[in-house]
Design a protein around this ligand. Sequence first.
Ligand code: HEC
Length: 464
Amino acid sequence: MAEEENALLGDIRAFNVYTGNLAWTFKTIPEPNQPGYETWSPANPRERIGGANSWAGMAIDRKRGIVYVPTGSAAYDFFGGNRKGDNLYANCLLALDASSGKLLWHYQLVHHDIWDRDPSAPPNLVTVINKGVKTDAVAQITKQGYVFVFDRVIGKPLFEILETKTRQDAIKGEYPSPTQPVPSKPTPFTRQSFTEKDFNPFVADRDSMVKLLRAARHGSAYIPLGREMTIFFPGTDGGAQWGGAATDEEGTLYVPAKQIPVYTTLVDVEKRTTNAPVTSTALFISRCAPCHGADGKGNHDGSYPSLANIDKKYSQAQVLQLLEKGRGMMRSFSHVSLEEKTAIVNYVLNKTGASTQVNNTEPQEENPDKSPYQHTGYNRWYDRNGFPVSSPPWGTLTAIDLNSGEQKWQVPLGEYESLTKKGIPPTGTDNYGGPLVTSSGLIFIAASRDAKFRAFDKVNGKIL
Ligand code: HEC
């Protein structure tokens, strides 16, 4: 789902498997008569705002007929001035009656999300002994590195969740929530902040890195984005990602995660008034930079590819076609005028200079819900040798005892052979992809960027 002003509503729907008929709809962004409506301002969020969709996957308790639905953030990902308030039911774990769609309970994991910190994986259903009582639980892992554990039936947290004060120094027009929920247990499966002492011991250009960090907003979770470089740790996409976690019958959760800083910045959206020409750079910045970066270099793991030297790879017609159709995780730009697309393509292919003016064929109406800011990309912070600037581990597999909330073990997941050869212990790598735990006590996981498939001993995390 798009995460801008054109985002669609993220309603949850149930269909009858025999007939295909719609059985019910749960509106994650409420109607005026629905509970939760009061957590949005100005009024009528459904007419103005989209998102709050369940993209990460759901879980179902078949015996009880309850479906557990994690919901995404509301648009925009990094600005919420047009949606003051907590924004229910975005960023929630919802328990819905599977036959009626009635809300049984909910817990909001991030209030007024302006960090794209929505739950990134399906919840895990697990049975634990909580303070001596056998309890059917649901556990939700997060990008922030927290695990939220609830009684599956009544929604009561099994470990206390503390509303914790967070930084409030936001950009003009933004109103961050004064607090965010932080579970007292389990211990987070990632570190929670990135400070000067957290640079890795072999980082290249340390002095200039330190300088950059000193000028940046950093050092805690949930820092409102500013015009300065703002550091996310763990990075924007976690922490945990869509591969999710595995659980076993003893109530242990096995969760892969990454611990790599990501930075971004808010910049003003160039105002486009009727007939005023815009530059091709401005078009690139507004349409392409959120993913490919303002410098067009993409991000370091290649999930958003670099566009440098793209002229050696594609013709003008081919790039135009790509924008028309989209590809993989890149959306189509068919809604953009041909003149604009051509200007962007010529810019990307270095056919024209950065300051080429283009007639503004799409004058923007004054839309009060449009963000005045945009972000400059999901930039993983790597040094010039291609390694994350943070101290390892960069990728981990963690076993957490959900009965007690205690961590059992944490081991690196993945390695860079070039570093291991130099005698550096395995650092772990960025990773996406879930684990599988067997009844005989093995954990299988791929996910790491060294493209290896591993088996671990679930008792102690030893690589087998
Ligand atoms: C939502 C993120 C996103 C946005 C916005 C975006 N791209 Fe992409 N782009 C991608 C991804 C992801 C790929 C890789 C797609 C694949 O191959 O699966 C890609 C691929 C490309 C490629 C091909 C790269 C190659 O080496 O094959 C070009 C060219 C490109 N994008 C240009 C653009 C231009 C120009 C814009 C702005 C009009 C743009 N992109 C906006 C995410 C994005």
